[in-house]
Design a protein around this ligand. Structure first.
Ligand code: CCH
Length: 286
């Protein structure tokens, strides 16, 4: 006979590792999708769920997973993220005990690690909210703007200049889609592997305005196959940002260390955790 008390299911690290593994398994489950990986769009989901945080009012952030509801799901910045939310539904169905808000952030951690990125320490504890917790439109950055806007948006979340630049290195991953943001193309030649290539290309390539009828963006002069947003280019226009771009371009290890710290911080903004213990998940290549 068991002397264990019978209570509600209390998930532990191994249960979250199973969720991590199931996300890892679906990343490359659809050859037809983009570069054959859902990884980048899952990173973007984790970021947009978290980046609504306002440190003054303490509203927004990943707690709540309010992007499930209109109006937040319809905010222009979130165009295309239904794909990411839908892909994760199969994982939610298999592990119904996990909240959407923990699942979306854990999925971003899995995607980063599986795409060759650093270990991102993560802890559970987010609760799903209801539609009344949806954040107002305009909290996420507008790619057509420059350094002042970046500082307005990211200082509001509680980040400094170095952290803004470190977070921006995520644009090594994925691409812009004309039917989502209106912009077009990838930032790097290896959009499913996290490296410091975003910074290297920003510094080493020559960039000019793309001549097209779409929104203003830059293209690399050499191949015309890569892109930069006006906000990306602001990172080398602004001296205080540029020194961090140069440091990360030179040193991938430094980028990985700082990225891990700042991405973990992003995913935790505004979350009332009950535990200090963080989990570091095994990657499938470990
Ligand atoms: Fe980003 N991002 N992002 N971004 N982003 C876009 C795509 C990705 C801005 C604008 C855009 C971060 C910061 C910024 C990713 C991660 C991060 C797109 C294209 C735009 C526009 C969307 C589309 O058309 O599909 C702006 C402005 C900022 C200001 O700083 C930060 C921070 C992160 C994560 C740490 C990832 C990944 C993608 C690729 C998504 C995909 O579907 O391939």
């Amino acid at each position: 006979s068991s002397t264990k008390p019978q209570g509600p299911f209390q998930p532990g690290k191994s249960d979250y590792q199973k969720v991590y593994n199931d996300v890892a398994e679906l990343l490359e489950s659809n050859d037809e999708y983009d570069n054959g990986s859902y990884g980048p769009v899952l990173v973007r989901l984790g970021w947009h769920a978290s980046g609504t945080y306002d440190k003054e009012s303490k509203t927004g952030g990943s707690n709540g997973a309010t992007m499930r509801f209109s109006p937040e799901s319809d905010h222009g910045a979130n165009a295309g993220l239904k794909t990411a939310r839908d892909v994760l539904q199969s994982v939610k169905d298999k592990h119904p005990w996990i909240t959407y808000s923990d699942l979306w952030t854990l999925a971003a951690v899995s995607a980063i690690q599986e795409m060759g990125g650093p270990k991102i320490p993560w802890r559970p504890g987010r609760q799903d909210g209801d539609v009344t917790a949806c954040t107002p439109d305009g909290r996420l950055p507008d790619a057509s703007k420059e350094q002042k806007h970046l500082r307005d948006i990211f200082y509001r979340m509680g980040f400094n200049d170095q952290e803004i630049v470190a977070l921006s290195g995520a644009h090594a991953l994925g691409r812009c889609h004309t039917d989502r943001s209106g912009f077009d193309g990838p930032w790097t030649f290896s959009p499913t592997v996290l490296t410091n290539d975003f910074y290297k290309l920003l510094i080493e390539e020559k960039w000019s305005w793309k001549k097209w009828s779409g929104p203003k963006q830059f293209e690399d002069v050499a191949t015309k196959s890569l892109m930069m947003l006006p906000t990306d280019m602001a990172l080398i226009k602004d001296k205080a940002f540029k020194k961090h771009v140069e440091a990360y371009a030179k040193d991938n290890e430094l980028f990985f260390k700082d990225f891990a710290d700042v991405f973990a911080k992003l995913l935790e903004l505004g979350v009332p955790f009950k535990t200090d213990e963080k989990f570091v998940f095994k990657a499938s290549t470990d």
